[in-house]
Design a protein around this ligand. Structure first.
Ligand SMILES: [Cu+2]
Length: 350
């Protein structure tokens, strides 16, 4: 490309970044979430001036979120391997007990720089905290509903009917304690089951729930990835897609991996409104352990498709150093935020 061509591209990007920041600021001021959401759409990145027509050329694979997140908010990078093991004690019968405390609140969250969404949260974040335990542990989860609507926590797993978080709806200001043994081992999840379910889930009431096998899994760099989306203008369709809530976060902040090191992703799909979501890895293949409930049987592929509520454990090792994309293989989702990058360090592992 000639210098002139590069100059054109740079100046159009610079213009677009100002435009996008302005759009984001509008969103931040609560004047137009839909306006803010458009900041994620690729065509907006190539507008010559305010309201002007798109520039004649496109730049593929260069969709961006512009600006930075408000300090002090949810950090998707920290969320990757932040596990809540609860308050641990031993019961008289020798069983390990883990006590968790979860509070539902109404809280505005940032789903892309300057784009805010009025969420309902578990412990002030979307997704909620990743609860982690070992198969056979006794779990006691105290749930306080400090939100404005009735909620519950419905855990996936094997437990009694009255611990299922469906019929025992917890009204605002009320408390409920769920108590059950952790089984089976695998990658579970939890979410609100109050009705209308679609609304309570898309507002953000869900989280990952890992039950480790008693002997554990092989040592690895572990990452929790919740595929989700946000309907920022409430038209029944998502405007922003992500893993772990913030569109394009891991593109702007690549996840560092090492050549030859085992990586493990706990992948969960809680995307509302769309029938499926998917995870595709570049330059590599991974093992897929469906629901994480079997340590032996797996599928060897580079793309896995999940319906809502489905999850799987992915394991892979990089042979080559460099930057490798991971993203939804639905191009629309990828362009609206569900796009990330691994930055693999080290020498070729021949
Ligand atoms: Cu709810």
């Amino acid at each position: 490309m000639s210098d002139e061509g590069i100059g054109d591209r740079v100046s159009s990007l610079r213009l677009s970044r100002r435009d996008l920041l302005r759009a984001g600021a509008l969103g931040a001021a609560g004047l137009g979430m839909a306006t803010g959401a458009r900041a994620l759409k690729p065509k907006q990145a190539y507008t010559q001036q305010d309201g002007g027509p798109p520039v004649g050329h496109e730049m593929h694979g260069a969709n961006v979120a512009v600006g930075t997140l408000r300090p002090g908010g949810f950090d998707p990078t920290a969320y990757l391997d932040r596990f809540d093991y609860g308050v641990v004690s031993t019961l008289p019968n020798g069983q390990t007990q883990r006590q968790y405390h979860i509070v539902a609140t109404d809280q505005e969250i940032e789903v892309a720089p300057g784009i805010f969404f009025p969420a309902w949260t578990y412990n002030g974040q979307v997704p909620g905290p990743t609860l982690r335990c070992t198969e056979g542990d006794r779990l006691r989860v105290t749930f306080v509903n400090s939100g404005s609507h009735p909620h519950t926590i419905h855990f996936h797993g094997i437990h009694a009917a009255n611990m299922d978080g469906v019929f025992e709806v917890v009204d605002p200001g009320k408390t409920f304690t769920y108590e059950f043994d952790a089984e089976p081992f695998g990658l579970q999840l939890y979410h609100c089951h109050a009705i209308p379910l679609k609304r309570h889930i898309h507002k953000g009431l869900y989280g990952t729930f890992i039950i480790d096998p008693k002997a554990g899994r092989p040592p690895a760099k572990e990452m929790v990835m919740m595929m989700n989306g946000f309907d920022t203008n409430f038209d029944g369709d998502n405007e922003v897609y992500a893993v772990n809530t913030v569109g394009f976060h891991y593109q702007d902040h690549p996840i560092e991996l090492k050549v030859g090191e085992l990586n493990r992703i706990y992948l969960v799909n809680m995307t509302e409104f769309d029938l499926i979501n998917s995870f595709h890895l570049h330059g590599n293949f991974f093992r897929v352990y469906r629901t994480g409930t079997d340590l032996e049987r797996f599928e060897w592929t580079d793309n896995v498709v999940l319906g809502q509520g489905e999850r799987c454990v992915l394991e892979f090792t990089f042979k080559f150093p460099g930057r490798f994309m991971f993203h939804a293989h639905q191009s629309e989702f990828a362009e609206l935020g569900w796009m990330g990058m691994f930055d693999v360090k080290g020498a070729l592992n021949a």
